[in-house]
Structure formats: C-alpha cells, structure tokens
Design a protein around this ligand. Sequence first.
Ligand code: ASP
Length: 588
Amino acid sequence: MYRTHNCGELRLENAGKEVTLSGWVQKKRDFGGMTFIDLRDRYGITQLVFNMDDNANLCENARKLGREFVITAKGKVRERSNKNPNMPTGNVEIEITSMNVLNKSETPPFTIEEETDGGEDLRMAYRYLDLRRDSLQKNIIFRSNLAIEARKYLAELDFIEVETPCLIKSTPEGARDFVVPSRMNKGQFYALPQSPQTFKQLLMVAGFDKYFQIVKCFRDEDLRADRQPEFTQIDCEMSFVTQEQILNTFEGLTKHLFKTVLNIEFQDFPRMFYDDAMRLYGNDKPDLRFGMEFVEMNDVAKDKGFVVFDKTELVVGVCAPGAASFTRKELDKLVKWVQRPQIGAKGLVYVKCNEDGSFKSTVDKFFDQDMLKAWAEKFDAKPGDLLLVMAGETDKARKQLSELRLHMGDLLGLRKKEDFKPLWVIDFPLLEWDEESNRFHAMHHPFTSPKKEEIGRMLNGDHETMKSLKADAYDLVINGNEIGGGSIRIHDRELQSKNFDLLGFTKEEAQAQFGFLMGAFEYGAPPHGGIAFGFDRLCSVMAGEEGRIRDFIAFPKNNQGRDIMIDAPSPIDPDQLVELSLDLNIRG
Ligand code: ASP
C-alpha cells in the first residue's frame, strides 16, 4: 500500500497512529543523529523524522535522499516538540520505521518553492515542475472547482452539455483562424473554432433548448499578457428567451460561483447602457471599484481663449480624490505618462483644489479663480482633490482619460484585489463603422439581433441610421475585465441576410460562408440567445490575479505563442508535407 493518509491531513488527534505516506521530498535537514524530511503532495507537507539511534541504516538512507525524490514512508504519528503554527500539519511529525524510494529525481533546475529562483522561461520549459509549486497547484484546483460548480449550476437548470467539433469552417468572431490542412481533401483546410457560435445556434434549431459547453476556442491574434491563442469558454445558449432572462440566468451563475468558491454574496448586479459606460468611464468595461466618473466640461472650458480647448470636440476630466498633494515631480510624471505612445495624449491639464479654497492650475493664464471654482463645482471636488482634464476628438479623449483614470486608481490604491464589482453593460451598438476599411463591422458578431424596436430602422434606414442601431447585446464586466459577452440572435433569414449585406458580404460570400446557418433558419428556428464566459479570465479575476491568465492554465503558451516545453510549433517531416500537398507551397 502506498498510503494510508495524504501529506496534508494528519493532526494532533492522530498521535500514536501507524501511517504510511507517499510524496516528494521537499526539503531535507540533516543533523547527524537525526534527519528531517518535509514530504509533499497535493494536499500539504508533513514532517518525517529519521533517528540514527533507532535505525542507523534507515537514517543513512534518508540522508541520501535528494530533492524531489519520490518515496513511501511508514511510521508513527507523534506530537512535535518544535511546532510550526504556519502549517496545518505543524503540530505533528512521523517517526519513520521503514522507507522505500519509489523514484529518484535529478536536481530540479529551480527550487520548487513559492519564492523560486527559476526565471519565467526556465519554469515554462519545465512546466510539470513549476506546477508542483503551491500557488500553481492552488490555481489549477481553483479552476477545477469553478468548472465543477458551473456544471452543477447549469445542470440544475436543465442545461445539457454538448460537444461541438474542432475541425470546422471559419467562424465569425472576427479574429484570424488557425487552420488545419486536410490530407484527404487536397489543398483544403479546416479552421479551428474561434467559438462554437454557429453550432450552438444549430443546436437551438435542433430543439435542445438549453446548451452549455466548457470548450476550447482558438484565435490567432497577436498575444498580450492576458491572451492565449487557445482559451476556454463556458459557452451557453438558450431558446425562447428574452435578454432579461439571459441576464438573470447568468447573473445567477456568477453569483453561484462566487458564493460556492469564494463565499462572497452579491446584491443584484447594476446595469449600465453602453453609451453611459462610454460617457462616464470612456470604456465599455468600466472598473467600478472606484468612482472618478468622467465630467464633460465643454460648457465651462470652451470659449475662454485657451485655443487647445476651443478647437477641440470634447473637454473631459476626472476628479482624483486627495491627489492635490501630488508633488510637482509626480504631476510631471503623470503628464509624461499620458504622452507615452501607448496613450498618445498631447497633454494634460490639472487643477489642484487647495485646502484654503484656492486653485492652482496649469491653465491659470486662461482661467481665473472664479472659472476654476466653476470647474470644481461641476466635479463636486473637495479641497485636497486634483482635477485632471483632457481634450480631443471625443472617442480618443475618452479612451485616453479612461487609461488615466485606471492609472490613478492604481496610484491611489483604489483597485483592491479582494473587492469585486460586477456589472452588466447592455445595449451595445449593432454595428461599428470602420474608417480605415470603409465598412461596417459587427460589434459583437454577425448573428446578433438588433433590438426589436430597431428592426424597422435597420430594414429601411440610411447609412447614418445604421451607425446608431442598438443591439440586444450585453457584456458581463467584473473589475474592468470583460468576463462574458453575448446577445439575442437573429433567427429570421431575411434579417440575417440584411445584416450580412450591411457587413459588406455579397450574397455569394454569405451563402458560401454561412449558408448552412441561413438554411437552418428556414426550418423553424426558435428565438434564441446566449452568452460565453471567458473561463481563464474568470478564474484569474476571481482569484484576484487579473492579468495572470497563464497561471490558471496548466500548459499555457508563452508570449510568442510557443509551448517551449514540447517545442511547438515545430517543422514537420517533409513526407508529411507531401502527404498534405503543402510541399509545393512551402518550396514555391
Ligand atoms: N460566441 C460569442 C463569443 O465568443 C459569445 C456569444 O455570443 O454567445 O464572444
């Protein structure tokens, strides 16, 4: 028998018990007459004691153990004289009477401890060793718990889990596809799904009513810290539902996950119109852990002789509480920060609301104390606050101020890890005009339905009208992260074909790419809608580690999209290329 207990469960009340434990040697402390081993497994660490006086041979063997050797050891639980209150098993140790080495280990390339000495690349190359570290073990188990709880909640509501294929045709999420050459169909390719979108809609046509799947999706995009080329969604779809029912169902799922996994309970999630999110936060995924809402100030800023403001479309600012105490140097740094190419602002105007009721601004020349007072009143600013004002073309100024708002939130410690602020952003635009390509893009995806009351305008309106159409599309946002997004779908062939028109597909293109779906709409498609949660991101945000998605994926890719442990992607055998009819393409 390998074990009677795991390495995390023995306590004082087990003293006197004969036990067998198996695990990895975390640490060895050799005091000559006595050797201590910390034995580790997924459940914890238990101290083993080998005593020279009791069994010299055994103790000699223990002294030879190296880090990460796998052993089975048998002995008696006893109370520890030197207790360790930081460990659940810290009151006991095992007096070992026999031990078996099950496997040796090379000296690991980095220490398998929380404060490891291994760099990122090295740890990625030995991911299976990195995964032995406590924090990564916890993350992966956390993820598993979330997945299990999501399944429980959805199953309870009669959702069924259906697998959809991975070898498909291009899906419409708007990123680049990963493709797989077909050997049997020379010169042809499958695409890996960017999401199961079309299949889940077909499952609704098929009458399954409530579908979910915890599913891999693939998008060949440039990587950022919080993106992976393959990622996981909790993907869901329902028939005969309104937007209201979807929001309630998946707010319920989110509450269930927070309650069961983190023991956190929420009131009902606030809802915000997309237009308001943009106006008040310059962002369709506002971080509501702190205020600092935007204040538009054209009325008090323009026509006062400051040409930067006079010429511009929008003057907009935020009030940073207590930040009037920022030094000149800190403020200069802020100005430089917004001028970095990543933000791209020309400049930043600030107003210190002094404790004595006076104001000090970078535009004193144009705005006297009374005018600045009017500004402060508009912001509801208190003495000690700092107004930060930007100007520019509306979308740009909002975007830049949004970045600055988040940065200030960080600087002022207002974005707390343990604070969770979910909200729904609703009524997204249906279409987005792209100046560069001179065409509309679907804001969510091309199957998203306009709001019912917009259908008339959509069918008959002119170009400008199309820009203002609102959709039954929604995002779930937590702490400034888009956690989920979905929509009510078009289930009518005519409307779907109108949407493809607007998106610039010719009839033939639409038919070639999505004919199967439009065909299905001719056979009694029920009204339906759904949502997908970004599961990796949900894990990292719930664990308070936003932006560290990789730490919640067992085997992630690095920033170049590579798995450096298995060395993928990699060239393939020339014969294989021939077989796939890819040899010509590559040589040619
Ligand atoms: N397929 C969509 C996505 O991946 C989600 C949805 O509309 O249900 O974002």
